[in-house]
Design a protein around this ligand. Structure first.
Ligand code: SF4
Length: 464
């Protein structure tokens, strides 16, 4: 009987996608996936270290597995990803029941390492830089085991050449490494042949994509257009771009390609120039707003989301008021708001004498939430009465009698299926009339089916 594996993922979309690739590698090595940890012979944690609470959560999970390991001596536990890259030695000293530790640069080695550990005992293999023989081709995701068959993440680049003062990513993911355009386009063509209709291009700093390949032309805009031209792909998204690298060519490519969605996630982080400079972000609030205006002028019906950090060391009341002003002016569709979390190894972690008191952060956080929700609700109310194209995702998490779909702007629409039936299958394109709005979702009524799922069709051509 085949051994079974379970993966638990912490952190961002990049990690989610790494876990899909890891699942594909383990399945190719003869293991079967299971969602149940008690049923698994191999448990892999794909970790995150972006915030302290992610660390704590992970070590809590790991501690609970000690008893399971004692009951099942054959159980193998592996830890990979960003925290493993950072804490390579600490993990086994805190949790000696871990069999394998691997980092961000050698995820492709996980099956081999698990086999070696089974034969000869626990091992730690963490590379300090990408393996030139493996990267970036090992990022190909054709064999990834995906949760949904109609949408796919595609890694276009790993690592980051910036040095934002609060961010641990460059230390754990290394410098930027871009995959060649032709390789990415071939992968997307393979996904389209398998019935994928939506791709999200992933990178730590997507719009600087290709700087390591050539300095002659802006490659990200060319890539966006090429992916948008792939037959069968009706939606292209990307995350995350950096405001300082949002070039006119990228905005033009977004405006010109029918497939590229009217959605832009543009992390602001702060509206205070003093804080932005301390963060080493490379733009001012005015420059950010200027680029946002250019994007909105060129791309009709553009939804804009952002990230904001509250309580960066030394953030004064004045700085925070500046952030509120910029957030109000930007009128975001939504914002991921974070409380500053000091990460050892980053510049900001050394500014402990300037940390903002928790009570002040809590009050600022709440005020920011109110401003974001005001513009989010206003944008969503503007959509009432419109017929929106949605990709059906399946039953809503809150009420399985209702379907959830996502608009091109990335907004969730909850709508009742027609005639009380099950409604269109996940992966269908449908039209819903918007009837109600809340800050974080829309409600609507089913209008018609635009296209059934493509992934149901038999695809004669091998993918990838
Ligand atoms: S751009 Fe800044 S925040 Fe984003 S991954 Fe790079 S260093 Fe981190």
């Amino acid at each position: 009987m085949a051994r079974k594996f379970a993966i638990r993922t912490f952190g961002c979309q990049m990690n989610e996608h790494d876990s899909e690739r890891l699942a594909g590698l383990l399945a190719a090595d003869g293991l079967e996936p299971t969602a149940d940890l008690d049923d698994a012979d191999v448990i892999v944690f794909n970790t995150c270290c972006i915030r302290q609470n992610a660390d704590n959560k992970f070590y809590g999970h790991l501690g609970r597995l000690k008893a399971l390991r004692a009951e099942k001596p054959d159980l193998q536990i592996a830890v990979g990803g960003c925290l493993a890259q950072k804490d390579r030695d600490l993990i086994r000293s805190r949790a000696p029941h871990v069999d394998v530790v691997f980092g961000t640069h050698n995820l492709n080695r996980a099956p081999v390492l698990l086999r070696q550990a089974r034969a000869s005992g626990p091992l730690v293999e963490v590379l300090d830089a990408p393996d030139p023989d493996a990267a970036p081709a090992h990022l190909a995701s054709a064999a990834a085991l995906r949760e949904v068959p109609y949408a796919a993440w595609v890694t276009i680049q790993t690592g980051c050449d910036n040095s934002c003062a609060f961010c641990i990513v460059p230390a754990v993911r290394g410098p930027e490494v871009s995959r060649p355009v032709a390789e990415i386009v071939a992968e997307v063509e393979g996904l389209a042949r398998r019935g994928v209709i939506e791709v999200t291009l992933l990178g730590q700093n997507v719009n600087s994509y290709g700087r390591d390949l050539t300095r002659r032309r802006p490659l990200f805009s060319a890539l966006l257009s090429a992916v948008g031209d792939v037959e069968g792909i009706s939606r292209v998204r990307f995350t995350s771009p950096h405001p300082k690298d949002l070039r006119p060519e990228t905005i033009a490519a977004m405006a010109e390609s029918d497939a590229v969605c009217e959605q832009l996630h543009l992390p602001l982080q702060s509206g205070s120039d003093r804080v932005l400079s301390a963060m080493r972000r490379g733009y001012t609030a005015a420059r950010y707003l200027e680029r946002l205006r250019a994007a909105r002028a060129a791309i009709g019906d553009l939804a804009v989301t952002t990230d904001v950090i509250v309580g960066f060391p030394g953030e004064t009341d004045e700085d925070f008021e500046a952030t509120l002003e910029v957030v109000a002016e930007a009128e975001f569709d939504s914002a991921y708001t974070f409380i500053f979390s000091p990460r050892p190894g980053t510049r900001a972690a050394d500014l402990a004498d300037r940390f903002v008191p928790d009570a002040v952060i809590a009050e600022r956080f709440e005020r920011l939430r109110v401003v974001v929700e005001r513009s989010a609700l206003a944008h969503n109310r503007d959509r009432i009465g419109r017929a929106e194209e949605v990709v059906v995702e399946g039953p809503s998490r809150r009420d399985d009698a209702v379907l959830a779909g996502r608009t091109r702007q990335g907004k969730i629409v909850h709508f009742a299926p027609p005639d009380g039936g099950p409604g269109p299958a996940p992966g269908s394109l449908a039209t819903a009339r918007i009837t109600g709005a809340a800050p974080h979702h829309l409600t609507g009524a089913f209008v018609d089916l635009v296209a059934p799922p493509r992934h149901r069709r038999r695809i004669p051509v091998a993918a990838g």
